[in-house]
Design a protein. Sequence first.
Length: 321
Amino acid sequence: MTTTTSTDRPAVPPLTRPEMGLAGVGALAAASVGALGLVASFDAVSEAALRWGFASPWMLPVGIDVAIPVFTVANLLLIRMDMALAWVRFVPWVLTLVTCGLNVAAGQGVWAKVAHGTMPLLWVAFSEIGAHIYAVRIGAATGRRMDKIRFGRWLLAFPSTFALWRRMTLWEITSYTEALEREKERQLARADLRETYGRRWRKHTPHRTRVLLRLGDLAPAAADVDPTPASQPEPEPLKGEAPKPRRSRKPSPKPKATRSAAELLAAAREATGGWSDAEINAEKIRTALRCSAANSRTVRDALLAERAEARRLVEFEGAAA
């Protein structure tokens, strides 16, 4: 399985040995406390099974208590194999709620009911924390986890934030930083089109350009627009009315020489020779090569793929040796 990492932001540093030890102790303690909660509910569930006519009352609590960690482990394995099922994670919750309900019913007072109901919840709480950490790490490694937008942006600029989130979902952009960069390019492209065609730029802009702008693939440096809009005949002046002075149009800029993908990649290899993987991002490549954002993203992906392939070859040669 090929893994890719986002280069638009610094990676989270790995845990140190003391932190790993602390995490291991916490995980062991969480598993112990969760197991104690399941064991504590054994009597209450057994009594309920006996009232319901079970020939072997112990089978009900054992079946439920064993099914809860089994489905938790199954959820983690599905996340690891990138085959997550949304409903699997809720099975331990449902089984735990059943156990909590039976434990609450077994309590004599209010605090006794709260204590009986709280113990089984500990396992699900700890397992959800573990599943969240696992899913985030796997999503970051495969590049399929979508970054969250800060709550402050939702609060201060809800309409534009919703539009940004919608484009992230539609364009399959998982990096929040990349989404902001492409949104900036889109706004700049719109400003260029309006400056070229005027207030009614949507009417005079070619259809292909509007589609590219809607898809977020139109960058200011690579905007394929005609700088001289289609000329329209001006209405003739009425009798007795002075003709309006014609505005001089700006001369069309000379088209820039375009570089091929191979030339851009060769220039990028030379420019990024001393860069680390974390430093290779679309914005820095676009600044260094003075190319469009779409080309910079393509070059970035090619460079990262080449470096990953080189590392795999080194590891293979080291293992063969």
